[in-house]
Design a binder for this molecule. Structure first.
Ligand code: UDP
Length: 328
């Protein structure tokens, strides 16, 4: 199939692009390179630099290629920033989505995979979190993904566009051969920050609060490997053939605390990784763990990376070989 991947030069997008190409798909990456990197795009993918906020560029793209499916990753992704710059998130993420959907509807594209998030669940009543949980975003970022899911519902109803929303918990790790991996600027995610300490680029990790109601007082998250996420996209694309839209929560189903993550990084890197305890980060929930039974049962998804040290080892390989990310 010819697949459009928006944000295909970003962290998760670049891993999905590689897997699509390995499965024989023709992949077109559309990315404005504000947060993405040209070097992250697989050489066999067609690369188009452009912006979803520019409808002319989006329409030109759809005139040029006959897409059979879309995977939409391009968006602003920082929870904290979304609370300081709400309009940047609401405007850009939503307008980008609208321009993309309008072009897709006009060109009769019938399959759409959305990069969604556990940030939809700001007030979970049950842990682990399954798809029955109420969508009640705890941040503007989460709200923009909720809006995106809602928009897709109407695309299905009006245009018969079938969609799958994939709600990632904590994406982490890197391609096992270490040539692509996580590179954000600024970096805000836990594992890359801890590994930057191991590389000597930071002198310590700040733990955002150690007085939560968890066994060791630090937050618990569900760390799911980027290659397992990529696998879920491939399965979802295939599954949409049956003409049914759906949403899945994607995680390992096992939670690790911030302290446990740091301990795993110490074991993998051999570095002492000094820590300091800081303030709680606004909007952080104590525990976020996925119940991914539905995608396992319906699509046969089986995460290959369920061991935290194994996950960290893939990230460490990437960070060691690319200490400055994609910047030379
Ligand atoms: N965290 C931390 N120090 C950091 C970065 C993150 O203690 O420098 C914690 C954060 O509070 C959360 C967990 O690590 O409990 C994972 O945070 P991350 O930003 O990686 O992902 P999020 O859970 O926000 O999607």
């Amino acid at each position: 199939m010819t697949i459009l991947v928006t944000g295909g030069a970003g962290y998760i997008g670049s891993h999905v692009v590689q897997m699509l190409i390995e499965r024989g798909h023709h992949v077109v990456v559309f990315d404005n390179l504000i947060a993405g990197f040209r070097e992250a795009v697989h050489p066999q993918a067609q690369f188009v630099q452009g912006d979803l906020l520019n409808p002319v560029e989006v329409n030109t793209l759809f005139e040029q290629y006959a897409f059979e499916g879309i995977m939409h990753f391009a968006s602003h992704i920082q929870v904290g920033e979304s609370m300081q710059k709400p309009f940047k998130y609401l405007r850009d993420n939503t307008n980008g989505m609208l321009n993309l959907l309008e072009a897709a509807a006009n060109h009769d594209v019938k399959r759409f995979i959305l990069s969604s998030t556990a940030a939809l669940f700001g007030n979970p009543q049950k842990m682990p979190i399954d798809e029955q949980e109420a969508r009640d975003p705890g941040s503007v970022y989460g709200e923009t993904k909720y809006i995106a899911e809602r928009l897709l519902r109407w695309m299905d109803e009006i245009y018969g566009m079938k969609y799958c929303a994939l709600r990632y918990f904590n994406a982490c790790g890197a391609h096992p051969d270490g040539h692509i991996g996580e590179a954000h600027n600024p970096e805000t995610h836990l594992i890359p920050i801890v590994l930057q300490v191991a590389l000597g680029q930071r002198d310590h990790v700040t733990i955002y609060g150690d007085d939560y109601d968890t066994p060791d007082g630090t937050n618990i998250r569900d760390y799911v490997h980027v290659q397992d996420l990529a696998q879920a996209h491939i399965l979802a694309l295939e599954a949409l053939k049956d003409g049914k839209s759906r949403a899945y929560n994607l995680g390992n189903g096992q939670g690790y605390s911030v302290k446990e993550v740091i301990e795993a990084c110490r074991a993998v890197t051999g570095h002492p990784i000094p820590t300091k305890v800081g303030e709680r980060r606004a909007g952080d929930l104590p525990v976020l763990v996925a119940d991914s039974t539905r995608i396992k049962q319906e699509l046969g998804w089986e995460p290959q990376y369920d061991d935290l040290k194994q996950i960290v080892a893939t990230a460490w390989k990437w960070h060691q070989s690319h200490p400055n990310g994609y910047n030379k």
